[in-house]
Design a protein around this ligand. Structure first.
Ligand SMILES: Cc1ncc(COP(=O)(O)O)c(C=O)c1O
Length: 411
């Protein structure tokens, strides 16, 4: 192991499984470069964050400029750049969600949404879905499904996890104690599982009928990942709250929730807060990111390139024995395997210099930057096809051994 990798492992190790001991030093567009100068195609966008590619010039410039102008301005003081960011964010949000709270990460956004739902309804409990992922702080962890993430951390918030896309189960789970239902329109961490239109519509209807709020987690799907600004647009949903992070700050750590006038009315001073949330640096990055999504037509690009990539992957992998299914929406794609994904991810990175993500033990997930070119897509598909063809010559996975890829999957 290299010196730098071993320092990271010694000081910071323990919670994250690493893939090889390559140390990365620079990034540009869809490419990362390691300390030896070797380039890697990043089809995971650094966990779905680098939607604009690595070090997008206008985001980097905006951060640098703001760092030399005013980096800190707490929320009890007004900030010029925060106001401009708030206005720009409102212009891309659905019109029924005109208010927002700014924080620093996805889990923080989910926690804020859960708190606000309790405040509005005066109710304690939550309903979420099997295979849903919402983060790992105590609130977010409560509504996250994967038992191995929750085990050992209880007691958590009272949550009923109903089978995703099972409307009858959802109907049975929402009671007069339910503050909110929280779900993803397309589940990311668990393998790009698409919510069915009737299930999503029923979630909204049942929440309205029973006085619970509907919270949609757009942390992975927001900002064009699925080919629309927000995945709720595919299903014509009008949730009470949406959660955002990943693509929001163009790479700068940033989270937010957007909510209705009804939620806004329930808030009081001190109901929630964040020291770092909405810092001028984050807002400058977010403002530049929103301009880039719009100016470079990246949302439309995600829809077009995503459809092309899905079709090309399906035809490239049609005769590969280890492939069970290829699915996706926009530039959010999954290849479900009949074998473990860990060796494929390792071979992709070490032999083909392509970085992809796992989603559970047998699913390969692709979240390419929205700026990816057709040539880069072709490079990625050729590498994936070669790695999966090689994997097809290996013995199939034994279903009883659930060791995961190289440890817990990284959302
Ligand atoms: C849908 C979803 N919700 C919540 C989170 C948690 O976000 P964070 O890691 O920023 O806390 C993630 C992270 O992958 C996610 O994909």
């Amino acid at each position: 192991m290299s010196d730098l990798a071993s320092i990271e492992e010694r000081v910071l190790g323990g919670t994250t499984a690493r893939r090889g001991d390559i140390v990365f030093a620079t990034g540009e567009g869809c490419w990362l470069t390691d300390t030896t100068g070797q380039r890697y195609l990043d089809l995971g966008s650094a966990q779905g964050v680098a939607m604009l590619g690595h070090c997008h010039p206008s985001v980097s410039e905006a951060i640098a400029r703001q760092a030399h102008t005013l980096a800190l301005c707490p929320s009890y003081l007004y900030s010029d750049v925060r106001a401009r960011f708030a206005e720009a964010l409102t212009s891309v949000l659905p019109s029924h969600l005109p208010h927002a709270f700014l924080c620093n990460s996805g889990a923080e956004a989910v926690d804020a949404a859960l708190k606000f739902a309790r405040l509005v309804t005066g109710r304690p409990a939550f309903v979420s879905t099997t295979r849903g992922f919402h983060g790992r702080t105590f609130g977010a962890l409560s509504v996250t499904w994967e038992p191995k993430y929750r085990e050992g951390f209880g007691p958590l918030l009272e949550t009923a996890h109903v089978a995703f896309n099972d409307t009858a189960a959802l109907d049975a789970a929402i009671t007069e104690q339910t503050a909110a239902v929280i779900l993803e329109v397309v589940q990311g961490e668990s393998g790009v599982n698409l919510g069915q239109a009737d299930f999503l519509a029923a979630a909204e209807r049942l929440c309205r009928e029973r006085g619970a709020l509907l919270i949609v987690d757009e942390i992975q799907t927001g900002f064009g990942r699925t080919g629309r600004w927000f995945a709720i647009e595919h299903a014509n949903l009008t949730p009470d709250i949406i959660c955002m992070a990943k693509g929001l700050g163009g790479g700068f750590p940033m989270g937010a929730i957007a909510y209705t006038a009804r939620v806004r009315e329930a808030l009081y001073q001190g109901a929630h807060g964040s020291t770092f949330g909405g810092s001028p640096l984050a807002c400058a990055a977010g403002l530049a990111a929103l301009e880039a999504y719009r100016g470079e037509q990246l949302i439309e690009r995600s829809a077009t390139l995503g459809a092309r990539m899905l079709a090309d992957l399906k035809s490239a992998l049609a005769d590969v024995p280890v492939v069970r299914e290829v699915r996706g929406l926009g530039l959010m794609l999954a290849i479900e395997l009949r074998s473990k994904v860990a060796p494929v991810l390792k071979s992709l990175m070490l032999e083909h210099r392509v970085i992809a993500l796992p989603a559970g033990p047998t699913i390969l997930r692709l979240l390419p930057p929205l700026v990816i070119t057709e040539d880069e897509i072709d490079i990625g598909i050729r590498a994936i096809s070669a790695a999966l063809r090689a994997a097809s010559t290996q013995p199939p996975a034994r279903r009883t051994v659930a060791t995961g890829p190289t440890g817990p999957p990284t959302p």
